[in-house]
Design a binder for this molecule. Structure first.
Ligand SMILES: Nc1nc2c(ncn2[C@@H]2O[C@H](COP(=O)(O)OP(=O)(O)OP(=O)(O)O)[C@@H](O)[C@H]2O)c(=O)[nH]1
Ligand SMILES: [Mg+2]
Length: 389
């Protein structure tokens, strides 16, 4: 599957930058192309300059709202972010049109953080503009949810997140929810953590995108997963994750060794062990009974893949999510690692999203009350509006 990737705002652009990176890796290691083009759009000029992998011309690093913000971002004010994105969405659409390789792309992926000002407001607007212009291709959105400490610190964070989620859901063909908090490792500093998080987010798409683009027969599995499977699976709220286990570098049939009982059990259930890790990485947003559609892809060296592993994973998932249509695939690729990539989609209820809507409602009514008080106390001079509205 080939994507056109558009990152908006700081978080979105940096994650898009990692997609440019995995595409380079796919070309260098596997001779295939998984991302036809990558764009970053931001109101922050310095941030655009800091990107590492996206082509550095103005057509790929697009400055929005130069006049309104002087190239310094919108400082979390998503109203300004929306105004700028509405006025300049054509810049992005024109840049995409000029890629020249649109015809080979299967879908768009538009990425942004939910709690900033530029990305959270720009995401639904750019998604809608792409849908209007290229209606025949699915447009998927990826929304990065804030860290817990950010939510506690500012109401604006919840306000932006709730409005971003609601408006993006209404226009995108599917919305991937990515939870920053889920990826947080306490042992690294914040910048290092962000980089690792961004890398991991892009990495979870790597084999899924590569699989359907493989041309060499030895890398085509018994059940190949391609763009059609992924497009059929995706709809509404969605989540993605990968889990990995190590497998012997020289295959299971290498020199006979004395192996402990524990190792034999791990070997026997390595597919389930990787699946378990993938499920553990998912953002805690849904209950199994709310999942309507899912897919999994087993990627491992050819000698490690067998029908039992693929079926074991499928049986386990079917038991877990009875209502879901589950698509499966296997991809003989790589050395020493067995990976399970999983997408859960068409989630009928997402508690986390409901939580944001609920808190948004509470913030709005508190704001209304305090507006009445402040208006009264200032004899009608309506200037003490809380920051969130
Ligand atoms: N995963 C990830 N999250 C990020 C990154 N940079 C910022 N964030 C998160 O994104 C949110 C802030 O949004 P930004 O993307 O910085 O905001 P913006 O879209 O640039 O909007 P303004 O700066 O307000 O103009 C916070 O929740 C951050 O934790 C990143 O590189 N990776
Ligand atoms: Mg910014």
């Amino acid at each position: 599957m080939k994507l056109v990737v558009v990152g908006i705002g700081q978080g979105g652009a940096r994650i898009a930058d990692e997609f440019a990176m995995i595409d380079r890796r796919a070309m260098a290691h596997r001779g295939i192309n998984i991302v036809t083009d990558v764009f970053a759009a931001n109101t922050d000029e310095a941030e655009l300059r800091r990107l590492r992998n996206i082509r550095s011309d103005f057509g790929h690093r697009i400055l929005l709202g130069g006049e309104e913000t002087g190239g310094h971002g919108v400082g979390k004010m998503n109203e300004l972010g929306a105004q700028v994105a509405r006025k300049e969405s054509d810049k992005v659409i024109n840049a995409v049109r000029e890629t020249g390789r649109l015809y080979e792309s299967d879908a768009f992926l538009v990425i942004a953080s939910a709690s900033g000002g530029t990305g959270s407001a720009g995401l639904p607007i750019i998604t809608q503009a792409l849908k209007e212009r290229y209606g025949e291709k699915p447009v998927y959105a990826m929304v990065v949810l804030p860290f817990e400490h950010e939510e506690h610190a500012e109401g604006r964070c919840v306000y932006n997140t709730a409005t971003c989620l609601k408006s993006t859901y209404s226009v995108a063909d599917a919305v991937f929810l990515v939870d920053n908090q889920r990826y947080l490792r306490n042992d690294s500093n914040l910048i290092c953590n962000m980089r690792k998080i961004n890398r991991q987010i892009a990495e979870s798409f790597y084999n899924l995108l590569c699989c359907g683009e493989e041309k060499k027969r030895k890398h085509i599995g018994a059940r190949m997963m391609d763009a059609g499977d992924i497009i059929q699976t995706l709809g509404g709220w969605s989540v993605i994750a990968i889990g990995r286990t190590k497998v012997p570098l020289f295959g299971s049939l290498s020199l006979p060794r004395r192996r402990s009982w524990r190792h034999n059990v791990e070997d026997r259930y390595k597919g389930l062990a990787a699946l378990d890790k993938a499920l553990g990485e998912l953002p805690s947003v849904c209950k199994a009974q709310d999942i309507r559609s899912a897919l999994y892809l087993l990627t491992c060296p050819a000698g490690e893949a067998n029908v039992d592993i693929v079926e074991e994973i499928g049986d386990y998932l079917k038991e877990l999510m009875e209502q879901a249509i589950i698509r499966r695939g296997d991809y003989p690729q790589g050395r020493g690692i067995l990976e399970v990539a999983i997408i859960l989609s068409q989630l009928s209820d997402v508690e986390r999203v409901r939580g944001y809507y609920y808190r948004f409602g509470a913030l709005a009514s508190t704001a209304k009350k305090s507006r009445q008080v402040s208006t009264r106390s200032l004899n009608g001079t309506d200037i003490l509006l809380p920051n969130v509205l």
